[in-house]
Write a protein that binds this ligand. Structure first.
Ligand code: HEM
Length: 468
């Protein structure tokens, strides 16, 4: 069990993510340095899951590795997930964990705030996920998804398609509608392009905005979005009193209030909006793709979900807000897809104070991280872990398992703010898809997945939609 280590006067006290812990402070932690300069960066990028498993099997639940120019300490296990995510003793900074990747393009987002500041902003933003606005998003999701899903099927017989790019585009279009209140059209396209450029830049290997690089495009995309959201925040605030009909997420954010009734700074609204779109987009795209893939590979389960969704929607495929809790098998299947292929396979933090875990004292200043993907595949929690089995998520089985053995949405103070939105979009999508088509993949099809930072099938996922 983890405990806080006794305070040491000479602890390294990081106040900014760019300050480095002297490497000798980690001398007592087992692990590998890798190649000169690059460390294990390329080995880890080539196959992050195999790499993590080998390190865990070689060194145990606490190991260090040098990647991306710095030492990182991995904490493996359901207990480590609980320690870091629940963070009872406020040891871990999310800001200093995520900033190396996200600070340039997504500064000020919730994951880049800590403790009191984070709590106040998160509370204000939660207004956008209350039943009123959620009901509005449900309508817009049903509208947008049913139209596009019909188009995917065409007019004739079976239709081959690449699912990943199609759901990515649909998710972007839906976000413009429910997140910003923009109808499909040229303005939504302009915003979407700028946004996609930002997301691609956030994981680009060249981190400086040099001409013609992805980072340059991303920085330009950010400038466009900052300008747009700033103007729109002011406009929607001015309209607020007259027009309380606007239920899109951005209008909710623009008029969100702190506990004392004050409004957020305009810059903060803009940063939160940019960040939220990023947090929502590739995660939903990735998990919708893995669920479709797993259902195509497991037709018996696909039939069970279809039956359930037909009964609930009366065969129409429209899943109303009031019926969202009813498709229990669909929810279990989604949870199983999130277990097998979690969209956020690893989660970083920085230790602000030293702590103990599994017999090691990890010093203040260490860059630490948990590995949901590895824990989601541990035999001790998940017998036969490579088998798709939604029955793992019956109420009894969930109760019998370690609460932090399944953490696709994280946990504790930074737990995914949009998880109910994600469940909603996936259930509406499944209702529209499965009541219209049988989803098939070729015999023996086993696509290669890019595992990191957010999983996606390299070939876009080749499926066939067969009209029912
Ligand atoms: C299947 C889909 C999704 C998955 C797997 C997912 C996963 C996660 C995870 C693991 C975190 C926590 C990261 C950490 O602790 O460092 C997180 C945070 C967050 N997510 Fe999601 N997410 C999904 C969809 C969404 C959607 C649809 C939205 C918005 C509508 C959203 C908004 C956020 C926000 C704002 C945070 C930051 C919360 C905070 O720091 O307080 N996510 N998400």
């Amino acid at each position: 069990m983890a405990t806080l280590a006794p305070h040491q006067a000479a602890e390294f006290q990081p106040s900014h993510w760019a300050e480095r812990l002297p490497p000798e402070r980690l001398d007592h932690i087992p692990g590998e340095k890798g190649w000169p300069v690059v460390g294990h960066t390329f080995n880890q990028l080539r196959d992050p899951h195999a790499f993590a498993r080998r390190m865990f099997e070689t060194y145990g639940p606490v190991y260090k590795v040098r990647t991306m120019g710095a030492w990182h300490v991995a904490l493996i296990g359901a207990e480590a997930n609980e320690l870091m995510l629940f963070d009872r003793a406020k040891i871990f900074s999310s800001d200093q964990g995520w900033s190396p990747v996200l600070h340039r393009l997504f500064p000020g987002g919730l994951m880049l705030l800590d403790f009191d500041h984070h709590r106040a902003d998160r509370r204000a933003l939660s207004i956008a996920f209350k039943p009123g606005p959620m009901r509005h998003y449900a309508d817009s999701l049903n509208r947008g998804i049913s139209k596009r899903v019909r188009e995917w099927g065409g007019t004739g017989g079976p239709r081959d398609m690449r699912f990943y790019p199609a759901i990515k585009q649909l998710t972007l279009d839906l976000a413009a509608d429910s997140f910003i209140g923009l109808p499909f059209g040229p303005e939504a396209d302009r915003i979407n392009t700028a946004f996609v450029d930002m997301v691609q830049a956030s994981i680009a290997p060249i981190r400086k905005p040099l001409p013609f690089t992805k980072m340059r495009k991303g920085v330009d995309g950010r400038a466009l979005l900052v300008d747009y959201f700033t103007r729109e925040t002011l406009r929607r605030r001015a309209e607020g009193a007259k027009n309380d009909q606007r239920q899109d997420m951005f209008s909710q954010f623009a008029t969100a209030e702190f506990e004392d009734g004050s409004l957020m700074e305009v810059e903060a609204v803009v940063d939160h909006m940019n960040f939220l779109m990023m947090a929502a987009h590739d995660t939903i795209t990735s998990s919708a793709t893995s669920l479709v893939y797993l259902l195509a590979k497991n037709p018996r389960w696909q039939d069970r979900l279809r039956e359930e969704l037909r009964a609930i929607t009366g065969g129409s495929g429209d899943l109303s807000y009031d019926d969202l809790a009813r498709p229990e098998l669909t929810e279990m299947a989604f949870k199983e897809a999130l277990r097998m292929i979690p969209p956020v396979p690893s989660i970083p933090r920085r230790a602000l104070r030293s702590f103990e875990y599994a017999g090691y004292t990890v010093p203040a200043g260490a860059a630490v991280g948990i590995n949901p993907h590895l824990v989601h595949h541990m035999e001790e929690h998940w017998p036969d872990p490579e088998r798709f089995d939604p029955e793992r998520f019956t109420a009894d089985k969930v109760k019998a398992r370690h609460k932090y053995a399944w953490v696709p949405f994280g946990g504790g103070a930074h737990m995914c703010l949009g998880l109910h939105f994600a469940y909603m979009q996936i259930k509406v999508l499944m209702a529209q898809l499965l009541t219209r088509y049988r989803i098939e993949v070729a015999e023996g099809y086993d696509p290669d997945w890019q595992a990191w930072p957010i999983p996606q099938p390299k070939d876009g996922l080749a499926i066939t939609l067969c009209p029912l």
